[in-house]
Design a protein around this ligand. Structure first.
Ligand code: ATP
Ligand code: MG
Ligand code: ZN
Length: 289
């Protein structure tokens, strides 16, 4: 009982002395727990104001039942938090086949498809992307089709989301470009414009397939503005592309006449070459075999 009484003391309220025999003798009788019908005992505390030990309780439910209730409450709170986190991740808007990846899964999956030098090269890219941590300006993943750029981008975004609660926004540039090229007032067009316009409100901007093809004026403008704003506010960005910086500069030329945006990108990015065999081809040929 003594040990239990001491264990319940707050550190700042550590009693200057042990309880006197009279204080100990004042222990109230055990009660009956309303939950389990077992004994509910009183606890001794030190009253820092009155400078004496005294008993509290027994409480309506015993310590064990009260711990169980607390555990349930905590579990409920954690479950709620998890659901909230999923909602936030869903808000990033990754397509399902990309959004499911994380670094560990990619590492494991790569070994089912790649071997030797090809595997080693991909692993090197994986390593650099994994250690990026969103601190060094933009992360640019460059390479030919199907080498896993978008999947690595999704994994990097998920790591920041999980570890630092950074809210990503996924911007599939060709799709958005297509929507912005639509004539008339289409809801898709409005949605695309809204998505790009509000992108800098997110904590991490993921431009997928920037500069694959010629961009419409509106798309150039919005992408240019979003990148410039993210740079100004020091927000991390991930860009996947099969274009060189020079080609990217050309795509954004209309709204970045003096190449400031692309210059800054060039100066402050981590560039990773994601080359080698295309996962897409490997899957196709091996799937067919
Ligand atoms: N490490 C990996 N292991 C196994 N499969 C992978 C891996 N990375 C990506 N994939 C799969 O390979 C396919 C191509 O990947 P992804 O879309 O990321 O490539 P990409 O370089 O972005 O291609 P694109 O240039 O066409 O956009 C996808 O189906 C993806 O799920
Ligand atoms: Mg891609
Ligand atoms: Zn009980």
């Amino acid at each position: 009982m003594q040990a239990q009484a001491n264990a319940r003391q707050e550190p700042e309220a550590r009693p200057p002395r042990g309880p006197t025999p009279e204080e100990l003798a004042a222990k109230p009788p055990d009660g009956v727990c309303a939950e389990c019908r077992g004994p509910s005992v009183a606890h001794m505390i030190y009253d820092v104001f009155k400078k004496r030990h005294r008993w509290i309780g027994p409480s309506r439910i015993c310590d064990r039942c009260s711990d169980a209730v607390m555990g349930q409450e905590r579990q409920k709170a954690e479950a709620k938090q998890r659901t909230a986190a999923q909602v936030q991740w869903a808000r990033a808007g990754f397509p399902e086949d990309l959004g499911r990846w994380d670094f560990d899964q990619l590492w494991d999956a790569s070994q089912a498809w790649k071997t030797g030098d090809d595997l080693a090269r991909w692993q090197k890219a994986w390593q650099i992307v994994k250690t990026w941590h969103g601190h060094k300006g933009a992360l640019i993943l460059r390479g030919p089709v199907g080498t896993g750029k978008s999947a690595l981008a999704a994994a990097a975004a998920k790591a920041l989301f999980r570890l630092r609660s950074v809210q990503p926004v996924y911007l599939p540039v060709p799709d958005l470009n297509g929507a912005l090229g639509l004539k008339n007032r289409s809801p898709d067009r409005d949605a695309a414009r809204e998505r790009l316009w509000r992108a800098p409100e997110a904590g991490l901007l993921v431009f997928d397939d920037l500069a694959v093809s010629k961009l419409f004026v509106d798309c150039q403008r919005y992408v240019g503005i979003a990148i410039a704003r993210a740079q100004k506010e020091g927000k991390p960005m991930i860009i996947t592309t099969n274009a060189s910086l020079a080609q990217m500069a050309k795509r954004l030329a209309r709204d970045d006449e003096h190449g400031r945006v692309t210059d800054r990108l060039a100066g402050s990015s981590t560039e990773v070459l994601v080359e080698g065999e295309s996962f897409r081809c490997l899957r196709k040929t091996r799937g067919a075999a």
